[in-house]
Design a protein around this ligand. Structure first.
Ligand code: PLP
Length: 365
């Protein structure tokens, strides 16, 4: 007999399709009896954090009997200086995922509309569905955002427009002229959420400087994270930059101790070690080029994004390809959850991991 309490569940929660993350390495080892497994499925930095960061985490471990500083004071000061914004313009989250959730919690009431691209980063739709929003999904134009159509989709019920800058899974960003055009005449009472989880990887001249846009526009939230290039995905710390008033509103929607003391210490130390991370960006960018050349030589179509992952079209069902790769100890992402049945997404690994992926893929496609 089913649990009667289930009848009382918030209907919006029942509408949420649970997020299916990339399988953990240990689980794949157990399931397939493998000794060596590599994970190229969640767009993580394949390298551990810098030694300075590890040292800071160990030091902070001695204080975990205390609650963390809920305001992230030190991290706030340091980031504000780096970004040339006021400390009160920052809001911190348990990963940038939580900043997305905080924005939805702050602005969206049941029946409101949220505009996003399709396919796009899944957390936008998960958070919006949980809040009872009507999702207005605007198909990509090829692999790129159709920003004029997204702007045209805004109505008086729209509360948020989500823009992955760059987005996941395509890995592409709207260029500066495209974003400027989008923002021209855009309603000032609709929030434009610019998700920049991969910001640090991009050096292109046409990449929009969105934090600067905040000087003129009060309806933007720019979200960034320590999960990607800073290699702190397991510690969960991200942040948003916004107009002071809006940052204050988002801050009300967070859990009081949402960023742990270990995460705060690690993020602070990471900001002091640019050299370590720049070296990794350089290597990852070169590896992305190498993978693209190899995929093209295999006759595969792929989107060459600006990030640390590549979306690849495979001739077979993506679930079959992902399973075959997994049995050989290589975890990549099946894109069917995004509605893309013949696509996989591979994160850039270390050079030897990438070589192993290419070898196994060649055999399985
Ligand atoms: C586009 C995009 N935004 C946000 C995130 C969330 O990152 P985190 O919550 O780890 O900061 C991810 C993670 O994969 C992402 O791809």
């Amino acid at each position: 007999m089913s649990n009667p309490l289930v009848n009382k569940v918030n209907k919006n929660i029942l509408n949420v399709n649970p997020y299916v993350p990339g399988k953990p390495i240990e689980e794949v080892k157990r399931e397939f009896g493998l000794k060596s497994v590599i994970k190229l499925a969640s767009n993580e930095n394949p390298y551990p954090p810098s030694p300075k960061v590890i040292k800071a985490i160990c030091k902070a471990a001695l204080t975990v009997n205390r609650y963390p500083d809920g305001s992230c004071f030190e991290l706030r000061q340091k980031l504000a200086k780096r970004l040339k914004v006021a400390p009160q313009q920052l809001v911190f989250g348990c990963g940038s995922d939580e900043v997305i959730v905080m924005a939805v919690r702050s602005f969206v009431e049941p029946g409101d509309e949220v505009v996003m691209a399709k396919p796009s980063f899944l957390v936008y739709s998960l958070a919006s569905a949980a809040a009872g929003a009507k999702l207005v999904e605007v198909p990509l134009n090829g692999l790129r955002y159709n920003l004029p159509a997204m702007k045209a989709a805004v109505t008086s019920r729209t509360k948020i427009v989500f823009i992955g800058n760059p987005d996941n899974p395509a890995g592409l960003y709207p260029t500066k002229p495209e974003l400027d055009e989008f923002l021209k005449g855009f309603p000032e009472d609709v929030l434009v959420f610019l998700d920049e989880a991969y910001f640090e990887y991009i050096k292109a001249k046409d990449y929009p400087d969105t934090v600067r846009l905040l000087k003129k526009r009060k309806n933007l939230v720019v979200a960034r994270t320590f999960s990607k290039i800073y290699g702190l995905a397991g510690l969960r710390v991200g942040y948003g930059v916004a107009d002071i008033e809006i940052a204050g509103i988002l801050d009300r929607a967070r859990e009081p101790f949402n960023v742990t003391s270990l995460a705060q210490a690690a993020a602070l130390a990471a900001l002091d070690d640019d050299k370590y991370y720049l070296r990794i960006i350089k290597e990852q960018t070169a590896e992305r080029e190498r993978l693209c050349v190899a995929l093209a030589a295999m006759g595969l179509e792929f989107s060459k994004g600006a990030t640390n992952f590549i979306q690849v079209r495979v001739a077979k069902d993506s679930g079959e390809v992902v399973l075959a790769l997994m049995k050989s100890g290589v975890i990549v992402r099946d894109m069917s959850a995004w509605g893309l049945k013949n696509f996989i997404r591979v994160s850039i690994g270390t050079p030897s991991e990438n070589t192993r992926f290419l070898k196994v893929l060649k055999r399985e496609i």
